[in-house]
Design a protein around this ligand. Structure first.
Ligand SMILES: [Fe+2]
Ligand SMILES: [Fe+2]
Length: 197
């Protein structure tokens, strides 16, 4: 399924669209290896829309955003917009695409959105979060656990969350491996895709 109308309505850039299409391809590829029960249509649709909310932040100077919006704001917008479009299951799945995320308790504690859980919960979200987390640098270093993105790491450090976040990434990775993820095959395929960043 394509979402041309939605992309147009929300002013999503071609680069973002290509990124979401590549992540969708990688999700389908990964899913074929797994023995998990997965709704492939929901997975594909969620991947194709997961970053739609980032269009909201385009043009807003980064310094005008609070720490949380910088990191998770676009996921919250994805949730809001897709719900508004009546795509409730896709909204729930697509918005939970950050593998180290933020849960309800943390969100309340830090006064962000009065409690919101953006951690992957369903199998579809888990595959999406992992596929979206793959970057050239992770492939290069063959390390899918360490959070190497400088800004993300700094923010997590400020909130004493680096260890928790990396533990979450590790758990997700192990879960997928337990269910058939072949990381070498995944890397090989990911290298053919251009817009994973
Ligand atoms: Fe994202
Ligand atoms: Fe993404």
């Amino acid at each position: 399924m394509e979402f041309k109308e939605l992309y147009k309505k929300y002013n999503v850039t071609n680069l973002k669209i290509k990124h979401m299409q590549d992540v969708a391809k990688l999700c389908i590829f990964i899913n074929k290896m797994l023995d998990l029960e997965v709704n492939e249509e929901l997975l594909t649709q969620s991947a194709l829309l997961h970053d739609i909310g980032s269009a909201y932040y385009r043009g807003i100077p980064i310094n005008d955003l609070n720490d949380f919006d910088k990191m998770w704001g676009h996921q919250v917008k994805t949730l809001e917009w897709l719900k508004r479009e009546g795509l409730v299951s896709v909204a729930e799945t697509a918005s939970r695409h950050n593998c180290f995320g933020i849960n309800n308790e943390e969100s309340k504690e830090w006064g962000y959105k009065k409690g919101i859980n953006l951690l992957p919960k369903s199998n579809e979200s888990k595959i999406l979060a992992f596929a979206d987390s793959i970057r050239a640098k992770y492939i290069e270093e063959n390390d899918f656990i360490t959070i190497i993105h400088k800004d993300a790491r700094e923010l997590l450090k400020k909130h004493k969350m680096v260890v928790i976040a990396e533990e979450r990434k590790k758990k997700l990775f192990q879960f997928l491996k337990k269910h058939g993820l072949d990381i070498n095959k995944t890397i090989k395929y990911a290298k053919e895709l251009e817009n994973l960043e």
